[in-house]
Design a protein around this ligand. Structure first.
Ligand code: GDP
Ligand code: IMO
Ligand code: MG
Length: 462
């Protein structure tokens, strides 16, 4: 394989993180955009073929093009949505697992963008034949449902990314209207499936469009097929039974790095339902979404932004709608990687963090974007909630309760910046170290890494 891809950095984070033998999952512990892409790229980038400790595969197991993972190497930034963040290292194989929903248009666009950057996308990219396919009617249904709920309730429903994620996972559960990647490989069979499914979709979507006051153009199976054909040809060489591939790799003693998309508070089962996405984005999704049994995953790195952000609707108890919130947004460049939407910003929510660290069973925590909090006079962290005169220390299941709680804050002294040059824990200002140690107590898990800038090298290991 040509070695035109970006070469690894000098740091050896796998050893520095003190990972146990076995596989590792990297998952978000908030509402997404914690910097998972940076952490995965950093671990993947350190996986030189001759390194003593290395990963051999990076595996996406959930979500779809709703994810936006930024990777920065030097001054070059990459935004990845469906392709795993290990693609910058030519020594690794990147796997899009069965739990991912794949929009062929987006996938092929991403492959082409990477090729423009001279990044190899060949046998280092494998796509599961069991993954489900996102098609144009899913994206329309996503948009119309959001519009319909907004019309009925006068507010945005979930504030989805509009990538057709919910409707595609719904079809997966329904089965009779689903298309999997394997179905793309036989044209006659695909046309027959599309012919049946578009009739059902047209019958369902026309009245929904009417409700929204939108014109509706019925989906035509032949047109859909013609649009898909060139995309399928790009995908074809990458498609395989990825679970079998990973089982074989395990037998050969290979090490797998799982890249969570979205985050634990957006998990369909454990997140702030209904303001969540439609997959298991916590570490619990790894096993079903990749076909790798849980006991092989001995390391779970929970990625936590030093403050809280959220895109879209739903409760966010520590949201700051003031100058501090705006300052964090501007300094942290808190605008969506996928949709460009401004992210809601607030103080770190320690109640949510304790909960998500437990749900994902983290073995270590990576705190990111700590540099963004520099030069604030004080830092606050929610340590409990107040609800109807009662103190809550557990994260509530009911979104209405979560909307009504008042955070109980602990105030810590701020620290002076810049800190982006720090590479060792003791080089961080004492107040920054105290803040990290407090988060560690709240999460009840060790902080193994602190990120002080978007680049691979801007990382402090403990
Ligand atoms: P992901 O979805 O979890 O991969 O996160 P995103 O890529 O959507 O958002 C994280 C953003 O923060 C990206 O723009 C990263 O380049 C950037 N980033 C990651 N770590 C740091 C850090 O420690 N400091 C700063 N300033 N930016 C960071
Ligand atoms: P990464 O992987 C931030 C949010 C959306 C919306 C809700 C449901 O970059 O961290 P969906 O389109 O999935 O049906 O939207 O989930 N959301 C994310 N927010 N980062 C993400 O991914 C997200 N993926 C989904 O904003 O509120
Ligand atoms: Mg993101």
């Amino acid at each position: 394989m040509p070695s035109t891809n970006v070469s690894s950095s000098a740091i050896q984070p796998i050893r520095a993180l003190g990972l146990k033998p076995g596989h590792c999952a990297v998952v978000g512990l908030q509402w997404g955009d914690e910097g998972k892409g940076k952490v995965v790229d950093m671990l993947a980038g350190a996986s030189d073929s001759d390194a003593a400790e290395k990963f051999d595969f990076v595996v996406r197991y959930n979500g779809g093009a709703n994810a936006g993972h930024s990777v920065q190497v030097g001054e070059q930034r990459y935004a990845l949505h469906l392709i795993p963040s290990g693609i910058l290292n030519p020594n690794l194989v990147n796997v899009v697992g069965n739990g991912v929903v794949i929009d062929p248009q987006q996938l092929v666009k991403e492959i082409r963008e990477l090729r423009e950057h001279k990044l190899t996308v060949a046998d280092n990219l494998r796509i599961s034949d069991r993954s489900h396919v996102v098609l144009a009617y899913h994206k329309l249904q996503d948009a119309l449902l959001e519009q319909a709920i907004a019309k009925l309730h006068g507010r945005a429903a979930i504030g989805t990314t509009g990538r057709g994620i919910g409707p595609c996972y719904a079809d997966k559960a329904l089965r009779c209207t689903a298309i999997r990647v394997a179905d793309l490989l036989n044209e006659r069979h695909l046309l027959s499936r599309l012919t049946d499914i578009t009739q059902i979709k047209n019958a369902q979507l026309r009245p929904l469009a009417d409700l929204c006051g939108e014109a509706f153009e019925p989906f035509d199976p032949r047109k859909l097929l013609d649009e898909l054909k060139p995309l399928i040809e790009v995908m074809r060489p990458h498609i395989c039974d990825t679970a079998a591939l990973l089982h074989g790799a395990q037998s050969d003693g290979r090490r797998l790095l799982f890249e969570g998309a979205n985050a634990t508070l957006l998990d369909i089962d454990h997140g702030t339902y209904p303001f969540v996405t439609s997959s298991n984005c916590s570490s619990l999704g790894v096993h079903t979404g990749a076909g790798v049994a849980g006991h092989y995953v001995s390391n779970v790195i929970g990625v936590v932004k030093a403050y809280q952000t959220r895109v879209g609707g739903g409760p966010m108890p520590t949201e700051l709608k003031d100058d501090i919130g705006n300052r964090i947004r501007e300094k942290g460049r808190e605008y969506g990687t996928t949709t460009g939407r401004p992210r809601r910003c607030g103080w770190l929510d320690g109640v949510a963090l304790r909960y998500t660290a437990a749900v994902s069973g983290v073995t270590g925590i990576a705190i990111t974007l700590l540099d963004v909090l520099a030069d604030l006079p004080q830092l606050k962290v929610a340590v409990a909630y107040q609800h109807q005169g009662k103190k809550l220390t557990n994260f509530p299941a009911d979104a209405d309760v979560l909307s009504a709680v008042e955070p109980i804050y602990e105030t810590l002294p701020g620290f002076k910046g810049p800190i982006d040059h720090c590479r060792r824990f003791h080089e961080l200002p004492a107040e920054a170290r105290a803040y990290v140690q407090r988060l560690e107590q709240l999460a009840q898990a060790p902080v193994v890494m602190v990120s002080v800038g978007p680049r691979r090298d801007q990382s402090v290991f403990r």
